[in-house]
Design a protein around this ligand. Sequence first.
Ligand SMILES: CC(C)(COP(=O)(O)OP(=O)(O)OC[C@H]1O[C@@H](n2cnc3c(N)ncnc32)[C@H](O)[C@@H]1OP(=O)(O)O)[C@@H](O)C(=O)NCCC(=O)NCCS
Length: 427
Amino acid sequence: MSRPEPDTGTDVRPITEADIPDWIRALNTGFLRTPDVSGTEIADRSSYLVPSRTLGAFDTGRCVATFRSFAQEITAVGGAPVPADAITNVTVTPTHRRRGLLTRMMAHDLTAAKDRGDVVATLIAAEYPIYGRYGFGPATWTTQWTVDVPRAGLDPRWAGPEDGGRIDLVDGADVRKLGPELYERVRGAQPGAVDRDERWWQVGTGVLRLDRSPWTEPFFAVYRSAGGEVQGLVSYQADDHWGDGKQPLNTASVNWLIAAAPDAERALWRYLCSIDWITTVKSGWRAPDDLLPFYLPDPRAARVTTQADWLWVRILDVVRALEARTYEGQGTLVLDVVDGGGHGSAGGFTGGRYRLDVSADGASCTPTTATPELTLDIADLGRLWLGDESAVRLAALGRVREERAGAALVVDALLRTSRRPWCPDVF
Ligand SMILES: CC(C)(COP(=O)(O)OP(=O)(O)OC[C@H]1O[C@@H](n2cnc3c(N)ncnc32)[C@H](O)[C@@H]1OP(=O)(O)O)[C@@H](O)C(=O)NCCC(=O)NCCS
């Protein structure tokens, strides 16, 4: 099918305060919510969106596409916070699809991010095929498990953590007090995690209630170590479901669970699987190498129900991205990075040849004219950056090209990590 002409008659530009209600209507239309716009939503979104980083496409004065970005920090391998351009609220109204509006908004935003000095751009893709063309690669993945508790083989006499720690139920006010500091520790140790603002905790504890997601107060449980330190928090809901023969068949669904130490993680999962009446635990979005199944005597009781790409990364500055992280191995590598720019100038930011030197003193990355060992698209460097993907796999798929035999193995020895990166958040 021939490609339709780009819709150049539609004006793509940052919005003004006056555009906000119309922009929200277009956003809700694109996400198939009601086009109705409430005063509460206008007040809420006006409180945090930055008009200069909020784009709209306007056709004869009516907003028909939306796009927003905000400043974010993403944790690199090794724990350094890296400045990111976080992209969200991407929609094009169905009447205006496939005319290049997303491409125009993306080019506008990525160019501004590059000029600002952001090292990467990030997003969580609604659909897999959309963003690879703009240089994004899936850098973290997620898994959801459903635990069949009676099959797990857990001792029904469990009465609390065996390690001297304790679990207490707390309310939202406690979570707002304890959560931010705990999360700062968690994200510093979790490659792929992103920062949370105060609003995140307000939404997560129901202080801020959004029309688009009706609120039911969840349970919150905190784990404190034997020394009294807050090391884990979980938010979960339970349903009320009974089977024939007076059997409780209730499900606990985890909204989120964060832990700064393995003991905390183990204790919180054990707690969730020990609540009387609960026969099913739904894990929520977890790291793909989460330990949950292996806390159970029979790990097969934890069935994978979702396995999917999660955070996508678009590297905007190869030198700073590769220097920001640490490496488990040492060595030297010359990469030829292709950054096509084929999509309406939403590319072309990073192309060139780079030499990465990793030694006991740290990593340095410099532009070079040396013979490359591996040629790869910037989207594939995005996949590899947080250590999750294997260059050997990408070579087998024909996505990266070895210019020197065995180069993909060297990439893996340098870039891969023993634990997988994970982004606990949706944005
Ligand atoms: C995804 C969406 C924003 C795309 O907008 P759009 O203006 O139609 O995209 P463009 O016209 O700029 O398309 C650019 C290219 O991406 C492709 N593309 C866009 N959306 C795609 C999709 N969902 N699946 C596959 N390809 C897609 C187009 O075919 C085009 O390819 P080409 O350049 O090879 O011809 C729009 O379809 C939409 O709003 N979808 C529903 C909401 C949504 O999923 N938002 C994303 C949230 S992360």
